[in-house]
Design a protein around this ligand. Sequence first.
Ligand SMILES: NC(=O)C1=CN([C@@H]2O[C@H](COP(=O)(O)OP(=O)(O)OC[C@H]3O[C@@H](n4cnc5c(N)ncnc54)[C@H](OP(=O)(O)O)[C@@H]3O)[C@@H](O)[C@H]2O)C=CC1
Ligand SMILES: O=C([O-])CC(=O)C(=O)O
Length: 440
Amino acid sequence: MAVAEFIPSSSFTKKTNVYSSQFSYVSAQISQKRRFSLRPLPRTHYSQICCSVTSKEVQAPTVVQTDDPKKKPECYGVFCLTYDLKAEEETKSWKKMTTVSVSGAAGMIANHLPFKLASGEVFGPDQPIALRLLGSERSILALEGVAMELEDSLYPLLREVNIGTDPYEVFQDAEWALLIGAKPRGPGMERAGLLDINGQIFAEQGKALNDVASRNVKVIVVGNPCNTNALICLKNAPNIPAKNFHALTRLDENRAKCQLALKAGVFYDKVSNVTIWGNHSTTQVPDFLNAKINGLPVKEVIKDTKWLEEEFTEKVQKRGGVLIQKWGRSSAASTAVSIVDAIRSLVTPTPEGYWFSTGVYTNGNPYGIAEDIVFSMPCRSKGDGDYELVKEVIFDDYLRSRIKKSEDELLAEKRCVAHLTGEGIAVCDLPGDTMLPGEM
Ligand SMILES: NC(=O)C1=CN([C@@H]2O[C@H](COP(=O)(O)OP(=O)(O)OC[C@H]3O[C@@H](n4cnc5c(N)ncnc54)[C@H](OP(=O)(O)O)[C@@H]3O)[C@@H](O)[C@H]2O)C=CC1
Ligand SMILES: O=C([O-])CC(=O)C(=O)O
């Protein structure tokens, strides 16, 4: 019985490909519901199954005979393979496969992210996933390399890997779209130029998502400038709820937690309720007024207000830039970790009294922030992929004035990309200090 056609590694005939034999083999077995292997077998058994494969067919694995019949009750053929039956039991409790599309999949962040997604640490140990990786003509070989490494990692939950260069193919039925690919900034580059070039990418990808992704796809925009790119993306995807689009500001939240922990002399798990308000730029506002350390307001633990308003705030705002100076490239591993955190926060119920930051579409927000932009705000989730805004936050003049600055910046960015959001002619009047973290 032919259940899978083996595609040799490195063989790509179409723009989007199921990558290599391992994955086509595994997915074909799922659809056939074969008794003997509903998921990749444990390492020790894997080669046994592989070796029984002819060029066109997957055949039943060779039955393992016991030397001493007394040791094992009578069994017949495939029923001797008790470990496989156990595997079937395990996979029975698995959820339906979820499809995750990742753009910029051959870049630095993607060096880390797909492996975390495949490991089960993001969506859970019972959530099989299909990974669809988007690259370009210039990165297709590197993307093949990513797929090979995924293959060699033997992740049981990773059931399919596709790579491709056409977002209309790679985003097909995506339930999660992690949009990382964007042109990096260069020295002397005008901000407006960056918005325009990267904006085009997100306009195109928004259209593709609109046409082919799941109607309830959750989109996390990472590529900078992520807030306005997320706005462009959602405006080009009118058939997907605007609420489903996020700009990644979780890295900023994590950075802020780290700085507060350092100052207070506590481990960072004691720091909570840190909101990043506004833009993922140097106008972002790490909120120390509502944040907590060991359940107490930060200001009761760190009494140095000058430090909080000046040093702390600036440190978080400019952390990306300082890192670029040290590393010679922008944060990649910690960004991947923060994407994991951002997804987990949406697929896990937020514990009572806590919240997390994410950049979301302003549409009836309770804080008086301008509508129709993507603004980072405090959110909670029931764990269903959706979120609600947190109402129990307080403001003072300092916080309000800082939030206003970030709001002004985002409104200016929005005017600058009006041609990409279908709102007329672009007018770029960006304030002078709208450099992205890391822009030098
Ligand atoms: N929101 C946040 O917290 C953070 C955001 N970022 C942003 O994430 C993005 C990706 O970062 P990182 O993975 O380190 O970057 P890399 O330069 O390593 O990879 C970026 C990828 O983007 C793709 N890309 C798409 N369009 C273009 C284009 N026009 N020119 C050049 N490359 C393009 C490229 O892949 P291909 O050739 O396949 O298209 C490239 O591999 C950047 O915009 C970065 O600023 C980074 C850190 C934190
Ligand atoms: O500035 C960059 O390109 C990377 C970035 O967003 C960050 O590290 O926060």
